[in-house]
Ligand binder design. Structure first.
Ligand code: GLC
Length: 743
């Protein structure tokens, strides 16, 4: 979508709109009607929904969010069209992060598939369900690189790596938007939060991020660039200060980087109240100043709950701080988006058809397949897969094993808990009476010390009753384990302990979970730890004492069915970690692409009280199959500065089970204008390898893979140097080759 000259309709509208109507188009309101229920205010002032409906009646809103009912979107759309002199429809945006009614595994789980097809299919289902209810724009994918798991929003992204993150972002954009914005079953994708939000100081959500230029250009910007190249129609600006300037008021970020360097042509929306926040940050003097500086920085639309800063812009136009041409540029981008979606000609949805789309059984199948593909087998000492024929009793333990709400994870609003398959449900269905499946929660459903922001939506819990007898329940779980052939212990963080506003100072299993795991292990019954988390947790004890550990994330509506298939061998785990898994929170931030430094032999023991190496490396994941790598070959030992080599390697499945391997290629240049990572992911491919067979893998490594932004010359560059290539199943890959690039 271009922002220079719009269509004839867009230019005609632009010429006829008043300043207030133009500012209305630049404003997106939350609509809490479904949540507040229009609750009357104590002093009789209008409620938030009433304020919004008032704005709609005067063409004062260009978009809404938080509406996901087809009758409501139609009702509000009709109000908007009738309230606007020119019948301009509104955009309906929403956080459709990993599904609307059919809930898919959380985004970090989708990233763990390393499979673009699975990711694209998952988000195309989400788009179809969203559009069916009238949502035509989603605030996804979250594209923020995250290397500090204290930051709870790691769950919403694709982890630590720009190459993997770029693939995941582009696949999500294609899934949401289809071939291009305009299909009646797709929506506008809104990659977020531009930029650097995941580097919050101390992992504290919303706090400042101070990121070097070389990290911005080499690590944080590239996934956004991939999303933009995939055609993303919207970008959401971040809340936090980036290097001392709020992202939402940062002209260098929103114009020089986003428009000029990355080539974005769509519209930019703020995060919730992040324009008003410019005053909060003590960056803007007042709301008029906040609105003017956000708009002049490149913000096109303000997302607000009430009293938007853009509503104060008349004064800034009159005193010359804002040029009407800048306002017109934003209005043009937004009207162009509405036209691209077809909203001027077909603004309403078919309310009857929505239910059919939301209930499509094919969507549930896709959700289960995505959950099976995303689980990561962290450890397996001969326990998995379980042999159903040899089982008489399976003890399932842990509160989340029976919690439908936790199984679907955070950032969900339109789910159906009755159709959500928990792990207990899934195992009982899969075993179908062949073995008894007992259940004990063992420990109470924990509450957070500081309540989640989502409790305001009543979306935390369920919590254990006041009369929960912790000792009796703990003993019940241990006795169940003692009497069983295997204990499946489901532990992790409750779904409201992770996500937005859910940073932690520790990575330990919350509450009494570790003691429960230890007591169950003490019975001598083989233990399978099934981890529900969206970030790495402290598994040092489990890694030493529990023979099987399966990370299942928050696997979604069909999660229990997928996990039962994985545990019983009907599916084979093939997920790989999209982040480095630390031993302890004291190691963070941590990632795989670090440079070599002084006394490299000791880089594994930089702390005297703990190893520096991770518990599990980036890219780690086991299978029920087994893979071996042949010698790595390069097509040429020497190439020119713009040359390309083809790296080849044979991967053999040495087991009697079919399986998928994620073949990863890591690159390192031995010298050049700047120090470069000892191991940086430069290529990867997930490949199915049948039992006993071999696949030849080939990767092209050219200038694109070797180019980097150098802090020494403060520009993009290629070095004439020697490169090491490692190929394998994670960042510790050992199959090696090298080649030299000459000037
Ligand atoms: C939130 C989040 C953002 C979300 C928006 C609308 O605060 O930061 O990711 O899309 O507000 O819900």
């Amino acid at each position: 979508m271009t922002s220079e000259i719009g269509s004839e309709r867009v230019e005609r509208l632009l010429a006829e709109l008043t300043l207030e109507e133009k500012l209305g188009q630049l404003t997106q309101y939350f609509y809490f009607g479904a949540i507040d229920g229009g609750a009357e205010t104590a002093d009789g002032a209008p409620t938030q929904p009433q304020l919004v409906e008032g704005a709609l009646a005067t063409g004062g809103a260009g978009a809404l969010l938080f509406v996901n009912d087809p009758a409501e979107t139609n009702r509000l759309q009709r109000q908007a069209i009738e309230g606007s002199r020119h019948g301009i429809p509104v955009l309906f945006g929403f956080d459709v992060i990993h599904g609307l009614r059919t809930i898919f595994p959380v985004p970090i789980a989708l990233a763990a598939t390393w499979d673009a097809d699975v990711i694209e299919r998952s988000q195309s289902v989400a788009a179809r369900e969203a559009r069916a209810v009238g949502i035509n724009w989603v605030f996804a994918p979250m594209v923020d690189i995250a290397r500090d798991p204290r930051w709870g929003r790691m769950i919403e992204g694709a982890g630590e790596d720009p190459l993997l993150g770029g693939m995941v972002a582009a696949a999500q954009v294609r899934g949401f938007q289809g071939e291009g914005i305009g299909s009646a079953e797709h929506v506008i994708a809104g990659p977020k939060h531009f930029a650097g939000y995941g580097a919050a100081l101390g992992g504290r959500d919303y706090d400042e991020a101070n990121i070097s230029d070389q990290e911005l250009w080499n690590t944080y910007f590239p996934p956004f660039h991939e999303a933009i190249k995939a055609g993303a129609g919207n970008i959401m600006a971040a809340y936090q200060d980036l290097n001392g300037v709020p992202a939402s008021g940062n002209r260098w970020l929103l114009h020089e980087v986003l428009r000029e360097a990355l080539g974005f042509e769509g519209f930019v929306v703020s995060d919730a109240n992040s324009v008003r926040d410019l005053e909060t940050h003590h960056f803007a003097a007042d709301l008029t100043d906040a609105g003017a500086r956000a708009l002049n920085a490149g913000m096109d639309m303000e997302m607000a709950i009430f009293d938007p800063a853009f509503g104060h812009l008349r004064a800034a136009v009159e005193d010359g701080r804002v040029d009407i041409a800048r306002i017109d540029e934003s209005v043009r981008r937004i009207l162009t988006a509405k036209e691209a979606l077809g909203l001027f000609d077909a603004p309403f949805v078919d309310e009857d058809a929505a239910a059919t789309v939301l209930g499509d059984p094919a969507h549930r199948v896709a959700a289960r397949e995505a959950a099976e593909a995303s689980a990561v087998l962290l450890r397996n000492e001969g326990v998995l897969p379980l042999d159903a024929a040899a089982l008489n009793r399976v003890a399932v333990i842990g509160p989340m094993a029976a919690s439908a709400r936790d199984t679907i994870g955070p950032w969900v609003f339109d789910y159906d808990l009755d159709e959500t398959v928990t792990i207990v449900d899934g195992l009982r269905t899969a075993l179908d009476g062949r073995a008894e499946v007992t259940y004990a929660s063992g420990v109470p459903f924990d509450r957070r010390e500081f309540p989640s922001m989502f409790e305001m939506f009543g979306d935390s819990g369920p919590f254990s009753p006041e009369d929960f007898d912790a000792d009796a329940e703990f003993a019940h779980a241990v006795s169940d384990a003692a009497a069983a052939d295997v204990a499946v212990v489901v532990l992790g963080e409750r779904q409201d302990m992770i996500g937005e506003n859910a940073s932690r100072s520790s990575l330990e299993l919350p509450g009494d979970q570790l003691r429960l795991l230890q007591a169950v292990a003490e019975t001598g019954t083989p233990v399978v730890l099934v981890l529900m988390s969206g970030r790495p947790l402290d598994l040092r004890w489990a890694d030493e004492n529990v023979p099987a550990i399966l990370e299942v994330w928050y696997p979604g509506t069909q999660g229990g069915a997928a996990i039962a298939n994985l545990l019983l061998g009907a599916a084979t785990p093939a997920g790989r970690l999209p982040f480095t898994w630390p031993r302890t929170v004291g190691q963070v931030p941590i990632h795989h692409a670090v440079t070599r430094s002084h006394d490299p032999q000791a880089q594994g023991r930089r702390y005297w009280d703990e190893q520096s190496t991770p518990l599990y490396p980036f890219g780690h994941g086991l299978s029920y199959a087994a893979f071996s790598y042949g010698a790595v070959a390069v097509s040429a030992g020497e190439v020119g500065i713009d040359g390309e080599v083809v790296v080849s390697v044979d991967v053999t499945n040495t087991s009697d089970r079919d399986g998928a391997e994620v073949v990863q290629l890591y690159l390192h240049q031995r010298y050049g204008s700047a120090s470069r990572p000892l191991r940086q992911l430069a290529a990867f491919e997930r490949v199915e390898v049948p039992a006993g067979q071999t696949r030849r893998m080939q990767f092209r490594i050219g200038a694109e893979q070797r180019r980097y932004w150098s802090a020494a010359i403060r520009d993009w560059t290629l070095d004439a140097t020697t490169f090491d290539v490692w190929v394998g199943g994670d960042a510790t890959a050992s199959a090696h080759a090298e080649f030299t690039v000459t000037a």
